[in-house]
Design a protein around this ligand. Structure first.
Ligand code: ADP
Length: 258
């Protein structure tokens, strides 16, 4: 295992990502400590989603190194050269991150409980009893006690997103990644999902949250990164950055959204 000695939960070193000719990430450096709630903001197309997708290997990086809990992701370094890991090792590494998407991506033919049980049962190989107990506990944690037997089509968007959060937590990831988790929701459903994420943040789970909710970023985050054109152009404590941004691009963005 290629280990980083830094002790960060997530570490990105000089990450570049190209989609064909599009240079979506341009030398990104990101360090997220254990227990930190890192919030990423910035204009549409600035690379926030790509950043998350490179952490959990949904996208392959074009250059640089990603570590999760000190383990190099996707590659093994031998004799100064990087060799891609086989798919089985990549799949195992991907389990250390839990991803929550804009669209909830639940299995439509499974109940809320079955959706949450799927990973531990089939990937972790837990017993049905243990998995059911864990899934029930998680559904209660996200406020869905009593709705375990519902199918996604019979849940509101906010409820579906809370099932998706419980499903990601069921795999006991080292870090939770949220990609604009409330942007597909009707406004009146945003609060219930943010409440769940706030609760998780307070429980000490390490998270990276891409969000348009600046008030939420200020209140819940303890590390804010502002992205523009594939780069992190400013970072710091959310209250400090949001109150007195230093970079002109951050100033311009915040003047539009605050
Ligand atoms: P954000 O999340 O900040 O809106 P993205 O990470 O989605 O930004 O996109 C960053 C850039 O990469 C944009 O120019 C976008 O058009 C481009 N991009 C994202 N995904 C793809 C893809 N699958 N293929 C080609 N270009 C992409």
């Amino acid at each position: 295992m290629e280990a980083s000695i830094s002790g960060f939960c997530v570490e990105m070193q000089n990450i570049h990502k190209f989609y064909g000719a599009v240079h979506a990430l341009k030398g990104v450096e990101l360090r997220v400590k254990r227990g930190e709630v890192c919030v990423a903001i910035g204009p549409s197309g600035s690379g926030k989603s790509t950043l998350l997708r490179c952490i959990n290997q949904l996208e392959s990086i074009s250059a640089g190194r990603v570590f999760v809990k000190g383990e190099l992701q996707g590659f093994v370094e031998r004799g100064g050269r990087f060799h891609p890991l086989p798919p089985s090792r990549v799949a195992a590494q991907r389990r250390s991150t839990g991803m929550v998407f804009q669209r909830f991506n639940l299995f439509p033919h499974m109940t809320a409980l079955e959706n949450v049980m799927e990973g531990p049962l089939h990937v972790k190989g837990w017993s049905r009893e243990r998995t059911r107990a864990k899934a029930t506990e998680l559904l209660t944690r996200v406020g869905l006690n009593g709705l375990a037997g519902r199918y996604p089509a019979h849940l509101s968007g906010g409820q579906q997103q809370r099932v998706a959060i419980a499903r990601a937590l069921a795999m006991e990831p080292e870090v939770m990644l949220f990609d604009e988790p409330t942007s597909a929701l009707d406004p009146e459903l945003v609060g219930e999902v943010l409440d769940v994420i706030r609760d998780l943040a307070q429980s000490g789970i390490t998270m990276v949250v891409v969000t348009h909710e600046i008030g939420f970023a200020r209140e819940v985050g303890n590390h804010l990164v502002f992205m523009d054109q594939g780069q992190i152009v400013e970072e710091g404590h959310p209250r400090a950055v949001l109150a007195s941004p230093k970079n002109p691009r951050t100033v311009a963005f915040l003047s539009k959204v605050l």
